[in-house]
Design a protein around this ligand. Structure first.
Ligand code: NAD
Length: 249
């Protein structure tokens, strides 16, 4: 039997990058998977697709209700939708702080709130939040983004404490630099994208970027019964960046 046979999962931001790789892996391993995304158009069968904006509470509630009705319950929530921001505290005006915090942090809160009644009913549920090494690494030129991921880390611990007696485990993954469309867009904006990619790869301990499928593997582990005694933890998926005390400057 596959690891996820009979389990029902919801993945936010599941139309692209880490979320898509996670949705695909869970489905391959036997889960029924619904994706919730601003633009679910790239999503195809067997994944179920629902449009929602995690910054809009009504939209999240509606999409979660529809997804849970399609799935017939919910055991796994992957809170993955997120956006980036670059710069120091002098570079981002208040509007940027509100907008990015609204997606990366409050978006997770809205989705979790809508999913909790269904996860409680599961009796053996798991939430996995996509955090980042930015939460604790002290990255330059990432003040706003790092602050949102620091909040995601704290939220993970608080949620783990609040829901441990309800049979809901809560963990997060801390990816390093992952080869996703997001990073592709950043590289494409550089004057010489190929040279920029080579320099980025050279700064990784492994000499390469992390693959989205490798983050998906960590998320799947934390979502699966194999990690049944693990809650309130962060799992680094960064090619050794944090463990080796390196900083991706
Ligand atoms: P991506 O841009 O490839 O995918 C993000 C997905 O989220 C997209 O499908 C997008 O439509 C969706 N999304 C964005 N805003 C949304 C909203 N308001 N409502 C619903 N869906 C929304 O990005 P990715 O690289 O796969 O990143 C996914 C997560 O991983 C993010 O939380 C990001 O912070 C985190 N992360 C990424 C990296 C990296 O190097 N790529 C590193 C660490 C952490």
């Amino acid at each position: 039997m596959s690891d996820f046979e009979g389990l029902k999962a919801l993945v936010t931001g599941g139309a692209s990058g880490i979320g898509r790789a996670t949705a695909d892996l869970l489905a391959e391993r036997g889960a029924q998977v619904a994706v919730l995304d601003l633009d679910p158009s790239p999503v195809d069968k067997p994944l179920l697709a629902h449009r929602a904006d995690v910054t809009d509470d009504a939209s999240v509630r509606q999409a979660v209700a529809a997804a849970v009705a399609d799935l017939g319950g919910l055991d796994i929530l992957v809170n993955n939708a997120g956006i980036g921001a670059q710069g120091t505290v002098e570079d981002n005006p208040d509007d940027d702080w509100h907008r990015v915090y609204d997606v990366n942090v409050v978006g997770m809160v809205r989705t979790t709130r809508a999913c909790l009644p269904h996860l409680r009913a599961s009796g053996h549920a798991a939430i996995v939040n996509t955090c980042s090494i930015a939460a604790t690494a002290g990255l330059p030129q990432r003040a706003l983004y790092s602050a949102t991921k620091g909040a995601v880390y704290s939220l993970t611990l608080a949620m783990a404490a609040d829901h441990v007696r309800e049979g809901i485990r809560v963990n997060c993954v801390n990816p390093g630099t992952v080869d996703t469309p997001w990073v592709g867009r950043l590289l494409d904006a550089a004057p010489d994208p190929a040279a920029e990619r080579a320099a980025l790869e050279a700064r990784q301990p492994t000499g390469r970027l992390v693959a989205a499928a490798e983050v998906a593997g960590a998320i799947a582990y934390l979502a699966s019964p194999l990690s049944g005694a693990t809650t309130g933890t962060a799992l680094a998926v960064d090619g050794g960046m944090q463990g080796l005390r390196l900083r991706p400057v």
